[in-house]
Design a protein around this ligand. Structure first.
Ligand SMILES: *[C@@H]1O[C@H](CO)[C@@H](O)[C@H](O)[C@H]1NC(C)=O
Length: 311
């Protein structure tokens, strides 16, 4: 009998230990980990799967595409161009990647206007942007694909807007102020450009396009650039981002706009900038990006984690 008690106690201890270990292994903030760390990525939901495209891993920019089905990762064909600091959008049942930063012959960054399109099987070239741009945003608005702002090869900030109708690009009404590294999303039937850099400084301002002209909306509580923006449960989310390039840490703050005012939501478990965000399987996710441990130690750590921002 004593022996059985010892065995039962042993089993109990073992099961407690293993459940503890499980908790430690899967921190509650981490929904999943990508096969590799990535920042300055483009993310999109395409054909019911989460796509993580290209980006920077801390030392190099990439053309690889990773696809998450909610439980495991597979690869999709790589883009024809290694690029980061770009945007993706699903338009007319195809996945578009737009502009960004590629390698130049000198091995440095070169801002590009090339557009590629993925049909679920392979990538092919689509008409290029008129203005090569990186740090821009894009969204489908009023059945057209809009590309907004960014910066060019002279590091000049852009206010220009380009519009794709499926056949060719045309020039749309320009942003009221040039900006880069902003969040772009469609919310309450308007195209939003949120935060980013205006001049050298991260901005809290919000410009919106109603299809005719640009106006302003209430500013976010927190100025931020290289944030991610997404619409979830009828609210517009501004997620993470940063305040400076080499003089600030990444933000954990999440702020939501209901159409009239901003409020704070639960912060990220991991501060991150240059991340992606999508709504996938009923949850708002933040994907990869850079963590910057502190103001004193701002060197970026590229993240592989996906976390749930809101559910
Ligand atoms: C980033 O990618 C490059 C090119 O594939 C690779 O050589 C390097 O080891 C990667 N760095 C990290 C930190 O994963």
């Amino acid at each position: 009998m004593g022996c059985w008690h010892m065995v039962l106690l042993g089993l109990l201890v073992l099961s407690l230990l293993s459940s503890c270990r499980c908790l430690v292994l899967s921190a509650p903030d981490v929904l999943a980990r990508m096969p590799v760390p990535r920042s300055y990525i483009a993310t999109a939901v395409f054909q019911d799967k989460l796509f993580v495209i290209g980006g920077w891993n801390g030392t190099a920019r990439h053309d690889a595409v990773f696809v998450f089905d909610g439980s495991s990762w597979t690869g999709a064909p790589s883009m024809n161009t290694k690029r980061d600091d770009f945007y993706a959008a699903v338009f007319q049942d195809k996945l578009f990647v737009l502009g960004g930063m590629a390698w130049s012959l000198e091995g440095m960054g070169k801002v590009i206007g090339e557009v590629e399109v993925y049909d679920g099987t392979h990538w092919s070239p689509a008409p290029s942007l008129a203005v090569a741009r990186s740090g821009h945003g894009a969204a489908v608005f009023q059945n057209k694909l809009f590309v907004v702002g960014g910066f060019d090869n002279d590091k000049e900030l852009l206010n220009s807007v380009e519009v794709f109708d499926g056949g060719s690009w045309s020039t749309g009404p320009g942003l009221p102020r040039a900006r880069m590294g902003m969040g772009v999303a469609v919310f309450q039937e308007k195209l939003f450009a949120i935060g980013g850099n205006i001049g050298d400084l991260a901005s809290d301002t919000v410009d919106v396009f109603d299809g005719t002209s640009w106006t302003s909306m209430p500013s976010m509580p927190t100025a931020r650039h290289y944030l991610a923006a997404a619409v979830f449960h009828a609210k517009l989310f501004a997620i993470g981002g940063g305040i400076g390039f080499n003089d600030g840490s990444a933000l954990d703050s999440v702020e939501v706009f209901d159409g009239s005012s901003w409020s704070r939501a639960a912060p990220l478990a991991t501060p991150r900038d240059c991340e992606g965000a999508v709504v996938f399987e009923g949850r708002l996710l933040a994907i990869g990006g850079n963590s910057r441990p502190s103001l004193q130690n701002p060197a970026a750590i590229t993240l592989d984690s996906l976390e749930v921002v809101a559910a």
